[in-house]
Design a protein. Structure first.
Length: 109
């Protein structure tokens, strides 16, 4: 049957692409959040996994690909890479609307 050959039985693998604007602290947090979410998703009630697609399988490359993507506005200052921020003109930096506090990257136990 043709449809059986097309059916995907495992989650697709996505290679992580980093962004220049991301701080190392934010990158670590995002990886931990992925792991935490996968663990939480697997905590089923009874003997069945939740319905729907499983979380994406994200893989970190030994030599990460880094994109010069647009940075989101309005994040806490420790979400942005300081070296990247230093390359911005003052008016562009102001347009980011950076929250002048550090974000607490801790996850629940």
């Amino acid at each position: 049957d043709h449809s059986d050959q097309e059916r995907q039985t495992h989650p697709k693998t996505f290679f992580i692409v980093e962004a220049f604007w991301q701080s190392d602290e934010l990158k670590v947090f995002l990886r931990l959040l992925d792991t935490w979410h996968l663990w939480d998703w697997r905590q089923s009630i009874g003997d069945r996994l939740p319905g729907g697609n499983p979380p994406r399988k994200r893989v970190e490359l030994a030599e990460p690909r880094v994109a010069n993507s647009a940075a989101p506005k309005g994040l806490w200052k420790n979400c942005y890479n300081d070296a990247w921020l230093d390359t911005l003109k003052p008016h562009v930096r102001r347009q980011l609307g950076i929250i002048d506090e550090d974000y607490d990257f801790r996850l629940p136990d």
